[in-house]
Design a protein around this ligand. Sequence first.
Ligand code: FES
Length: 248
Amino acid sequence: MKISLKIWRQPKRDADGAMVDYTLDEVSDDMSFLEMLDVLNEQLIAEGEEPIAFEHDCREGICGSCGVVINGEAHGPEVTTTCQLHMRSFSDGDEIVIEPWRSEGFPVLKDLVVDRSSFDRIMQAGGFISANTGAAPDAHATLVPKDNADRAFMGAECIGCGACVAACPNASGMLFVGAKVTHLGELPQGQPERHARVVAMTEQHDAEGFGGCTNLGACSVACPKGIPLNVISQLNRDRQRAALRSSD
Ligand code: FES
């Protein structure tokens, strides 16, 4: 099939950018979205032009590095990561608009690549547990109820892709923070730092320039891992408990 592309080109951080038009004449339904960009880049290189910078690693929906906004939707028309999106989701003659995540917390580095190290700094602020070094403890030394284990695992499925931020009109990353807080807060090992964690992570989230959550839910709809909105409720409960404790 033949497709038209409008792609954000920006030579470097803080430089002006613009949408640039491209055409691809022979796109297979079976290509992944990133393979389609690979074909375009081969075409650009053959023509002596600068290829389009886009991020990817696993191409298996695991690492979270590949996100772009496609036709106004984070990761495009399917609920999946950009690397798991296939060209069969589009039709012959379609125009596809591709942009980077847009948020103060994710500054554009080049073309479609944004700096997501703000998420790393939020994790550094509190997304960890303290554990004694030495031999690994017995796997069943600390029992975890099944419901807590399932909910912790659900939170752990967040791959930190940033689609929640891209989908939110406030550019809030609270679904990401909520997933991490829920993951650790459901486990016995996460209890000692539970309240300090939620305060440190939400403060770092705000310091990075992400917006506040107003419970619109667009983040959860766009999330390729289906993280539910109620992780933010859990985050808010922990945050309130932390405030009550500090006022004792
Ligand atoms: Fe790893 Fe897409 S490249 S999730």
